[in-house]
Design a protein around this ligand. Structure first.
Ligand code: SF4
Ligand code: SF4
Length: 75
């Protein structure tokens, strides 16, 4: 799965346009992600001009993220 620093996101749509799994979309004023669809390809991380996407390979649920990561991203 990926997490996004929404405070620093410039809402450019670069991530959603490269995602091969439709796991990211621009919704309203925020980028929505669908961890269950993510295939951990890393394309969005590379495509983000603001460098605000972090990938956590093999993790599908926020509950399985390390505590410090959950705190950092407020999830
Ligand atoms: S890592 Fe790949 S599949 Fe997952 S959200 Fe990013 S582009 Fe989509
Ligand atoms: S590519 Fe980065 S800056 Fe652009 S919408 Fe996606 S997360 Fe935000």
């Amino acid at each position: 799965m990926i997490l996004i620093d929404h405070d620093e996101c410039i809402f450019c749509g670069g991530c959603s346009s490269v995602c091969p799994a439709s796991a990211i979309e621009l919704r309203g004023t925020r980028v929505a992600t669908y961890p269950e669809k993510c295939i951990d390809c890393g394309l969005c991380v590379k495509a983000c001009p603001a460098n605000v996407i972090e990938m956590f390979k093999g993790i599908k649920r926020v509950e399985d993220l390390p505590e410090e990561v959950r705190k950092k991203y407020n999830v």
